[in-house]
Design a protein around this ligand. Sequence first.
Ligand SMILES: [Zn+2]
Length: 82
Amino acid sequence: MNKYNDLPQEEIVEMMNDMISKGFTCYLKWVCEKCGKRATCNTPNVFFTEGLIHEDCGHTSYPTKFGLMVMKMMKGKRENAN
Ligand SMILES: [Zn+2]
């Protein structure tokens, strides 16, 4: 148990797919098992099952529940990614 309203894997994956299909960018969030801080994944739109590294302390967690940070891309502000 933690203080965040985190969801199990299948619900988070479903939510991510839904958000991505609507044009949102999703970042996985979890609570670091070592330092107890809230951590956010640097890679968008990816769900990791093989452990998540908290960059602040370097610890790899294997959470069972996850949160989601959802961001909307600004139209016309996208940079060319060639
Ligand atoms: Zn940590």
